[in-house]
Design a protein around this ligand. Structure first.
Ligand SMILES: [Zn+2]
Ligand SMILES: [Zn+2]
Length: 115
């Protein structure tokens, strides 16, 4: 990833934090390694200062983002994009084959007229 701010006054650090970018990334020429999360396809910027281990899924043998690592740590399941797409397709397939619920015949009380 390459951010070129040489032509601009730069971006405040406060504006970078929500983007997951390290401070100083908005000024000058900033280059950082990125990786794509195997589970949600998010592009993660590898912060040089970070010492905490990054999420790594043994299921697909790929690096994953913090959010997916959190889920993986809890479920111990590899939920890659491919798997999610398959799941969605299966769900849609079930939807399509699922017959419409039978129409319930409403009992209509016909108004009786006296007179
Ligand atoms: Zn992810
Ligand atoms: Zn995985």
């Amino acid at each position: 990833m390459l951010i070129d701010n040489r032509e601009s006054p730069g971006v405040e650090d406060a504006a970078l934090a929500p983007l997951g970018l390290p401070s100083g990334a908005g000024r000058g020429l900033f280059e950082s390694a990125t990786y794509t999360c195997s589970h949600c396809n998010a592009v993660v910027v590898m912060e040089p200062k970070r010492t905490r281990a990054r999420g790594f899924c043994l299921g697909c043998g790929q690096q994953i983002c913090d959010g997916c690592e959190y889920i993986r740590a809890r479920t111990l399941a590899c939920r890659s994009m491919d798997q999610r797409i398959t799941e969605l397709q299966e769900r849609d397939a079930v939807k399509q084959t699922d017959p419409d619920p039978p129409l319930t015949l409403l009992h209509q009380d016909t108004e009786t007229t006296h007179g």
